[in-house]
Design a protein around this ligand. Structure first.
Ligand code: PMP
Length: 355
């Protein structure tokens, strides 16, 4: 038995994996694999329609939003956002909460002016800055909702005077929030939604077609929206598995139920980190992520031993990001509470071994 604490691509529901496996040999009892059918077939069109509909439903989106499934990962969105929304000579505001936010900032600078409203870089991004003002003349305000590497999460989104754009790659569909406050949301599928290869973009249609520059077709949201995410061949299988995951979220009770489970999982693990004298959390308590739980040992020389013990017990992917060290347990939607309990029990066992 393996317990997958990997940060991404991350754990998917067993139910989803079984159905996805079946579709590889026989999709919808068609006698064909999903890997060999046309993206323009009736069967795949139904998958795309259902995926888009489920996103709208789970996020409670008002009319006027397009849901796209694109390629190029969240990283391409770092450039597509300013390409489509930031005119030359205009300014966009960004909150710098980590390596991914910094990469988004870097790309935006190719297209216009960037105002970084606040940064927690000086403390290795262990907290989310809160005292900042969003300039009213910004084209948009970009915020990373969950910082996968540092284990911090924005608990309350600011009241922004300009459209908000958010990278929600590592916490989309994990908690309830008002999606209608956002002009654009993007997320790579490979954490809470599906496999790598599809990137979801939710965009308010009135945000598009406003910049003066010419945008190459493949990088133009408007063209993808008009083409129903089929301007070119989409990542058929990644979208299919994402759709199955969205169906699964709905079937277990939707975002409200998922959030309840995620809160319980996070509480269980953080309580042990705080109680156990050998471990300590690295993120500011009020900003602790419910998706990526980052911690170190009071005595770093014990870390390899705990890592080995966890590995022997089947816990996979708990090594911290190479830029911060220590441990990171990612507890995405599909991870059951019982798997988190396995890790907590190991921490207790390690304590008694050392005590
Ligand atoms: N943003 C965040 C918050 C991420 O966690 C990641 C990937 N770990 C990315 C962006 C980059 O995503 P991709 O690899 O899909 O480009």
């Amino acid at each position: 038995m393996k317990y997958n604490f990997g940060a991404g691509p991350g754990i998917l529901s067993q139910e989803v994996l079984q159905e996805a496996a079946k579709a590889v040999t026989d999709f919808n009892n068609s006698g064909l694999s999903i890997l060999e059918i046309s993206h323009r077939s009736v069967d795949f069109q139904a998958v795309m329609d259902e995926a888009q509909q489920l996103v709208k439903e789970l996020l409670n989106l008002d009319a006027g939003y397009s849901v796209l499934f694109l390629q190029g990962g969240a990283s391409l969105q770092f450039a597509m956002v300013p390409y489509n929304l930031l005119d030359e000579g205009k300014m966009a505001a960004y909150l710098d909460t980590g390596a991914w936010a910094s990469k988004a900032i870097k790309e935006a600078k190719y297209f216009g002016d960037v105002k970084v409203v606040a940064s927690s870089k000086e403390s290795t991004y262990t907290y989310i800055p809160k005292d900042y003002a969003i300039p009213e003349n910004a084209a948009y305000f970009h915020i990373t909702s969950n910082n996968t590497i540092y284990g911090t999460q924005v608990k309350e989104f600011p009241a922004s005077p300009v459209p908000m754009v958010s990278d929600m790659s590592s916490d989309i569909f994990s908690r309830s929030f008002d999606a209608n406050k956002f002009g654009l949301i993007y997320a790579g599928a490979q954490k809470n939604m599906g496999p790598a290869g599809a990137t979801m973009v939710v965009v308010r249609e009135d945000m598009l077609g406003k910049v003066q520059r010419t945008i190459p077709s493949m990088l133009n949201y408007k063209i993808h929206a008009e083409g129903g995410s089929m301007y070119n061949t989409p990542s058929v299988y990644a979208i299919y598995v994402s759709m199955l995951t969205l169906r699964w979220i709905k079937s277990i009770g939707g975002i409200a139920e998922i959030e309840k489970q995620n809160n319980a999982k996070a509480a269980l693990l953080y309580e042990e980190i705080d109680r156990n004298p050998l471990f300590k959390g690295t993120a500011a308590a009020e900003d602790r992520s419910h998706m990526n739980v980052c911690f170190v040992m009071e005595d770093p020389s014990l870390e390899p031993e705990f890592m080995q013990m966890a590995k022997d017990a089947g816990c996979v992917g708990i090594k911290g990001h190479r830029s911060v060290g220590g441990f990171r347990a990612s507890i995405y939607n599909a991870m059951p509470l019982s798997s988190v309990q396995v890790l907590v029990d190991l921490m207790k066992e390690f304590e008694s071994k050392k005590g």
